[in-house]
Design a protein around this ligand. Structure first.
Ligand SMILES: [Zn+2]
Length: 506
């Protein structure tokens, strides 16, 4: 007999965080690498997370008047050429279709043939092709605003990829709106950032900082990029959603014109905003521990797993009947916007079964054996507590309290993540202290370095560049809730009137 491992995942976070992340994905059965480099196969336990993200977010979009539509995967090359800054931003990572059929060669292999007159770009994002449609849909101010979202996949040919965080193909939503005035478009840009912030905080239990990007970090072609930034457990930042005010740049490029109330012709003002399967990477890195994935109940692939236990064959039927009835009772209850999702696992594999569900991060594990049935009680384990910590609870009380228990876990995970972010956020004014903060010195205790630094910045892109080259640290955002405060740029010492968020980032 081997001793049970101290933790279900090796390596643990403190040993090798990137490898821990890969092992969590494997152990929880979320996704796997595909035969195509940089792409991923999302397995059912992982795809359920995406479906819950889609449902939750889609409802919030629709509540603001947004409607869904679908635009083509292929974008004519000439469309990308229309907006110079935009094409510059994406040119290096575009997949391009140049042929439209295959032919057999002399060796019996297949080769591309039938060259296209104009190459097609596999969408890296859809501003240009949606702009083309908008130009046909809009002629009068009465046609505005247009509020469109699409759920789709996009391709960005990434050189260094990591499942969920950076993949060549990923799933996302992209919202695109057109407005008659700049004020209305700016208001929409903020409104959608607020949707992202509320979704990520309430569903994913990830606390975020709302802010705006510096010109260096802006979306190619945007006038202003707003973002939400979260802190992962390795204290690096993850951008969890962005909302762009595009001014009239894309309207001019795509010809989105309208007649205003005074019958003058004007260009529309547009926005775009997106979030992706990257959120799942953020979810994993915010909550999971050395025993596996930890899922906040509001986004969890399922809420409860029932684990029937019987040694004697005579108990089998009785235990299974009790289990099935409990599952049915649970499924009649609602937890927020869906019914309680129950899994039953009756595999006869001993202790590995319970550990499987710990690793999969399900919020509640319920053991049901003949002795529990006699007492009409359940043996309940919560994923926010230690894996061996379980409590016996009368069945009727459990049924009454299950939704409150799930909410409690949800709240606790959020609080834990908020505390973590707070603990690892520091105001740093001195360049030396700033550099030391971002330079891991003591490899025995990597946890004492890094996080978010709230430091002054003079507004000069050269200072950003210098810090990035030296420390690989960037300005994640200029926070919305900034406290105006005089100080000196952490890089050059010149005067600055507000602190910005600096961090290493995914
Ligand atoms: Zn400076």
């Amino acid at each position: 007999m081997t001793k049970p491992p101290k933790t279900a995942i090796t390596p643990i976070r403190a040993e090798d965080y990137p490898e821990w992340y890969q092992q969590i994905i494997k152990a929880s059965d979320l996704a796997e690498k595909s035969p195509v480099r940089g792409c991923m196969v999302i397995k059912p336990w992982g795809y359920a997370l995406w479906e819950n993200i889609v449902h939750g977010m889609d409802d919030m979009f629709k509540a603001t008047g947004v409607k869904n539509a679908y635009f083509p995967l292929f974008i004519p090359l000439s469309f990308l050429e229309k907006e110079a800054e935009h094409v510059e931003g994406f040119a290096k990572e575009c997949a391009v279709v140049t042929h439209h059929r295959l032919e057999k060669n002399a060796q019996g292999g297949l080769v591309p043939a039938g060259e296209l007159a104009e190459p097609l770009v596999v969408r890296p994002t859809s501003e240009t092709i949606i702009g083309d449609s908008f130009s046909k849909w809009v002629s009068s101010y009465r046609d505005l605003p247009i509020l469109i979202n699409q759920w789709a996949n996009v391709v960005r040919w990434e050189m260094r990829t990591r499942i969920f965080l950076r993949t060549s193909e990923f799933l996302w939503q992209e919202g695109h709106t057109a407005h008659a005035t700049a004020e209305e478009a700016v208001e929409r840009t903020h409104m959608m950032l607020d949707v992202y912030a509320r979704f990520v905080e309430n569903f994913l239990a990830i606390p975020v900082i709302r802010g705006r990007k510096t010109p260096t970090e802006r979306f190619p072609g945007a006038v202003d990029t707003l973002c939400i930034e979260a802190m992962m457990q390795d204290r690096k930042a993850l951008q969890a959603g962005t909302s762009h005010f595009l001014g009239q740049n894309f309207a001019v490029a795509s010809g989105i014109r309208f007649q205003n109330a005074r019958e003058e012709e004007e260009f529309a003002w547009t926005t775009s905003w997106g979030s992706s399967t990257r959120l799942i990477g953020g979810l994993i890195m915010t909550h999971s521990d050395d025993d596996g994935l930890v899922l906040p109940p509001r986004i969890a692939s399922a809420h409860v797993v029932l684990l029937p236990i019987y040694r004697a064959e005579a108990d089998h039927q009785r235990v299974m009947d009790y289990t099935t009835q409990l599952a049915a009772d649970l499924r009649t209850q609602r937890y927020h916007d869906r019914s309680i999702q129950v899994e039953i696992d009756d595999r006869d594999i001993g202790g590995a079964r319970g550990w499987d569900w710990v690793k999969k991060g399900i919020p509640l594990r319920i053991e049901i054996g003949p002795k529990d049935i006699e007492k009409d009680a359940l043996f309940v384990g919560r994923r926010d507590r230690g894996p061996r910590e379980k409590t016996s609870i009368p069945r009727t009380r459990f049924l009454q309290e299950v939704t409150a228990m799930l909410d409690d876990i949800q709240h606790l995970l959020y609080e834990r993540a908020r505390m973590f972010q707070e603990t690892h956020t520091h105001k740093l004014d001195d360049r030396k202290a700033f550099e030391a903060y971002f330079t891991p010195r003591d490899s025995e205790r990597p946890e004492i370095h890094g996080g978010f630094a709230l430091s002054h910045w003079c507004g000069d892109a050269r200072c950003e560049k210098q810090i990035k080259e030296k420390l690989n640290v960037t300005i994640r955002c200029i926070p919305m809730e900034t406290i105006r405060e005089e100080g000196g740029c952490v890089c050059c010492g010149r005067p600055s009137s507000e602190r910005v968020v600096w961090a290493k980032a995914y």
